[in-house]
Design a protein around this ligand. Sequence first.
Ligand code: NAD
Ligand code: IPM
Ligand code: MN
Length: 402
Amino acid sequence: KDSYSITLLPGDGIGPEIMSATVGVLSALTSRCGFELEFAEALIGGAAIDAVGDPFPDASLERCLSSDSVLLSCIGGYKWDSNPRELRPESGLLKMRKSMGLFANLRPAKVLDQLVDASTLRREVVEGVDVMVVRELTGDVYFGTPKGIDVVDGELWSSFLAFGRDDGVGGGSGVGIFVFGSQSYSSSGRKRVGYNNMIYREDEIERIARVAGDVASKRSGRLCSVDKANVLDVSQLWRDVVTEVISSEFADVELSHMYVDNAAMQLIRYPKQFDTIVTGNIFGDILSDEASMLVGSLGMLPSASIGDGIGPGVFEPCHGSAPDIAGTDKANPLALILSAAMMLRYDLDRDEEATILERSVEAVLDMKLRTADIKQEGDGCKLVGCIEMGKAVAEVVSTINS
Ligand code: NAD
Ligand code: IPM
Ligand code: MN
């Protein structure tokens, strides 16, 4: 196959800026390598809310599903932050992941030699770090029900009989006088309660464990599963199921377990102990942002969101819409460019071209071009904007030896 249809989701904030830089780079790549990418844009996030009143309209879903692959920038912004939940950009992103079945999110944090000093950590701590976070993406507290913010009074309290906190909030204290923490309120008192449900089904854990086992066995074979099994039942199930899947299906993978609080600390203390990490949706969200500071910037971290392989994947940076720098040409486009490389490798089976892209990014860093987020004082590098960075990568792509 030498022509692929690619859906572009520019999204919000810096999204359109980094997308246009990345499309320039991909165009340079296709003219050089003799294959075609047919781009078509679709709406997601705040842009979609403003245009059609839905953060991920059906038309976007259909376009995504019918294309060979999807490239997404980022969504979100202050403008929509007080909308009702279903009219928030973030809901569109979650809907996209869920409706496309993208249950696995691969987030590689590989420290490039050129950026060792861009990290806030010491050189000897980060040099050579190469961690892959395998984040579960369609379960956990992100999607669990029941959820909500309720005003609890005597009448509504009955809706809490089915669940609650084991300190006496909910769980059957009944109508009338009920216990809230250690205090009692009469039924005329109104209190708000917010809740989400952290929940994993066995089959959801099995399938992400298989992806992680696969990823780990193609890397060093070391897999660390991160959970909170010392406190959470959902994590105990996670630990049990991951252990069962890896021990029965991946003889070459060496599995260890770590509590998430310790993992957050160990990532900073001695990151080289990690190779592949597998964890749930929310722990993976947090730990991957943390891992980005090993690399030097969130603006460097790509990701691949994949499912059962039947439909297309979505390739998206780990970062958000960076509203603080949107519209100023300060954004780093490299996370999206590197996400495009993952798209070439995972969805289009164009390993050689993916490598050209990755080597071109490194070459531009060798040429000492830096966006503000990876620029260090006195590093002798040239500060460039998003546009110039994109052009530089595109130029190298056209000329670099394969
Ligand atoms: P953020 O990732 O947008 O920004 C965090 C910090 O990193 C900011 O200082 C920002 O300027 C910087 N940064 C991020 N990407 C950068 C890049 N490419 N180049 C240079 N600097 C970069 O996180 P936030 O500020 O917490 O969230 C802003 C909005 O983005 C929110 O609406 C949030 O919900 C959304 N968000 C979306 C995604 C996504 O689309 N996948 C991910 C995270 C956050
Ligand atoms: C990410 C983001 C999203 C997440 C938000 C915006 C829904 O933080 O892609 O990492 O939490 O998954
Ligand atoms: Mn995140």
